[in-house]
Write a protein that binds this ligand. Sequence first.
Ligand code: GDP
Length: 356
Amino acid sequence: SLTLGIVGLPNVGKSTLFNALTRNDVLAANYPFATIEPNVGVVPLPDPRLGELARIFSSEKLLPATVSFVDIAGIVKGASEGAGLGNKFLANIRESDAICQVVRVFDDADVVHVDGRIDPASDIETIATELVLADLQTLERALPRLEKEARTQKDRRPTLEAAQAAAEVLNSGRTLFQAGVDATLLRELTLLTTKPFLYVFNADEAVLTDDARRKELTELVAPAQAVFLDAKVEAELLELDDESAAELLESIGQDEPGLAQLARAGFATLGLQTYLTAGPKESRAWTIPQGATAPQAAGVIHTDFERGFIKAEVVSFDDLVAAGSMNAAKSAGKVRMEGKDYVMQDGDVVEFRFNV
Ligand code: GDP
């Protein structure tokens, strides 16, 4: 499955956040056969629709979609001294599908900042610069070969031109994601900065309740998404019962856990969406890429479902809830038969028909 790699300067709260992500062991109980690596934190994607489906279908179980975060440890220790990034670190980022940078905005005199002061813009730039330099190195190695290939093979010219354009963007100090570069032709180079970015601002109450400050930081990282949370509080929340957790959140001006926001932002950053299935056994959200067709969606349940796909019976979540039951939705003409070209919509409740 797709993953977000967690990066950031030392002492910004990566381990604290990652511990909160992994202590979320609700999932281990629901997915007993999933192998969860020690450096992977899996969080459920909050989805209130599942509760409603479970009520309509009297489902025994609720299975939310999940988002996986990989802890890319050890990192940038030497970056600010010009030591650059280790190969292991770069390889780990290459394997991630998106980059999630934790940025410190909490104030705490007891926690040393590597640069001696809290400066989120500078922290963001430090990491971006390292990744930009790594991509420039990759391009410098590839360009002579691409030039040679383009001389004899006409179909390699667009790739060469894309690589030259990318080098120009990187030389201006921007990441390819920030610049909105279409990197389809450059996939063979597995560049780092084409990956979508997500920023987690590890904040204290002062920042969490300061709308102007949050807006400023959100604009700083756009078009990447910004999530604001207090990593220490997130870790504490997992120890509390629902009522005490709600009180703690309220005391820092929040109405839901930061991990819930992080799951949603991570899911969107990876370009994913869900569709729903429901029955007496379980109500479940399934993960598909945005734009997936009905057979591709069926393939997420089982590869046989994709191969033997006949049609999908689809009702939108809102229509189903308004009707009150599947039969009522059918009588009201709200259940559609969709074929193999149907593009799945968020909130589709689906039953697939297939040959085996
Ligand atoms: P890492 O080096 O990025 O993995 O950072 P750690 O998670 O080890 O955190 C470094 C220090 O900052 C630890 O002492 C944490 O307890 C503390 N810390 C982490 N998050 C917060 C936070 O949100 N607020 C405060 N006040 N301290 C934090």
